[in-house]
Design a protein around this ligand. Sequence first.
Ligand code: TYM
Length: 335
Amino acid sequence: MERKNVLSCIQPTGDIHLGNYLGAVKNWVDLQEKYDCTYGVVDYHAMTMPYKAEDLRKNTWKMVFQLLACGIKPENLFIQSLVPEHAELCWVLGNVCSFGELTRMTQFKDKSEQVKDTDKDAFISSGLFYYPVLQAADILIYHADYVPVGKDQIQHLELSRNIAQRFNHQFGKEYFTHPEPLLTKSAKIMSLANPLKKMSKSLGEKHYVNIFGEEARIRKQVKSAVTDTGDNPEGEMSAGVSNLFGLLIATNRQEAHDSLMEQYNAGSLRYSDLKGEVAEGLVALCSPIKERYDEVYADRKNIKRVIKQSSAEIRKRAAQTLAEVKEIAGIMNPR
Ligand code: TYM
């Protein structure tokens, strides 16, 4: 039987944080056994928010090294700007995506507000508005059946499916597949400093756990995690405590989880014990990844060459799709 295609991508906007890892990247690693997987570092997407050119190139390579340290196979990994067909397909797909659909994207609303928060006259790029069409191109260009992501990407995936459907309908051909999301049990990890918000780099340093960060910092962040936000009606577990229990499951500490949950139900749980177990779980999770990062980094010259090569190989598949799309849509192919 033919193996299914998996595709997912991450923006090179800094270090991989715990939300990225538990919501997506860990799953990407595991799926490599069972499916044909393609993973991208999407630097074109990272251009949609204010950035410095020299930082972007550096962060793109850093993200490559970090993904390899997490266990992504080099042959499955590409850098988006080395596969320019994504941008060309994006243009084609923009014509089967309505303006109204893009105005409904919550990520655009969130991110444009975030830019305005820093400066009310700040520049909001049309790239930020168009972002989800490029994401649809990333997915559809490899005929992805499954897209492993965190919960925050569900709306973008629905849009990708609508775009595929509309293209197929408009040109009278069942050409694009209809990609389905794959979620993990930790599809939405919350900030430790404000458990009512999703863990994210854009909230600021104290809100995300950098899995490549110092052990002492991880322990300190867990120690100062907010447990009771006063958001919980009588008898209901608060968002902060629930997030910490979720982290115990995500770091394979089921036994500790069950015994602490018993104490919680009996009203005898000390939050310091819960935090202690979570910190142990996170340190055990992050240490080997950090060690592998050092090995990868030491070999970075060679790795850059390998990733340029794998991007060139992956590009052949993207070019094939784009040529077929142009044929179907009535535009010219250079060959
Ligand atoms: P990005 O770079 O923000 O995040 C990468 C992945 O991490 C997941 N994630 C989380 N999961 C659980 N809890 C959290 N707190 C958390 N924060 C982030 C995200 O859901 C994502 O899966 N638009 C995408 C990048 C992208 C893409 C694509 C993804 C571009 N093209 C094609 C899939 C397919 C993004 O900004 O992810």
